[in-house]
Design a protein around this ligand. Sequence first.
Ligand code: FES
Length: 269
Amino acid sequence: MSNGSSSGISAVPMGFGQTARRDWWWVQPVAVFLGFSAFVIYATWSMFTPRNYYFGNYLSPFFEPELWGVSPNAWFGARPPMWPSWFIYSPAMLILIFPLGFRLTCYYYRGAYYKSFWADPPSCTVGEPRSHYRGENSFPLIVQNIHRYFLYAALVFVVFLSDDAWRGMWFAKAGGGTTFGVGVGTIILTVNAILIACYTFGCHSLRHLVGGGIDRLSQKPVRRDFYRCVSCLNRKHMPWAWFSLVWIGFADLYIRLCAMGVVTDWRIF
Ligand code: FES
């Protein structure tokens, strides 16, 4: 695709990185590149490190739900029966595809990583390294349309992560049983569930799902109100995407540091 002036008067082809812009247009793509790269490296390390991922009643959100695993939260047992004995097993391997697939195909993230990783284009009115634009109408990028299906899974994950926060409020008692309480980890897991919910409920696909097929929303008051709520969150979709991304990594790190004895989890009551 050729880049031209935004005035529409002329369309002058530009070489990669060439632009008439004088602002710091490159700061955002570089920041996105560094932020995404750091998260992907950390999340991959965490997935392949299946120890110290729980502490007492806290379970790292990367491992929620824990179908098979070694923590007391595991649903079935330590390891799936069919799992090859020679291959490393981590509970996160079975589930991370859903939240990661949801983020990878998110409309906001697509726009962001197309710019920062593929330079396609690096920014508005900046020359790109390709001469034509294939778009998302053909393979492989047409696969991005799977986003609406990842949304269904993400909605279920909001429930799982809310349950993760709820379990973080119940601490083991000395004589057996559990008692209600709030520790720093409880707050971290609760904020995590809220941020993930705000990100998920502001999804463009969800917005279309609740209001996109109706001509007169005013005649459907329940869907109209839901549509307004989704639209409200959708307006800040980018901040929700980043806050929830950073926080879930932080929650995982906090629980690992507690489990390793590096930090103490303070009980507020
Ligand atoms: Fe971002 Fe659906 S568009 S989560």
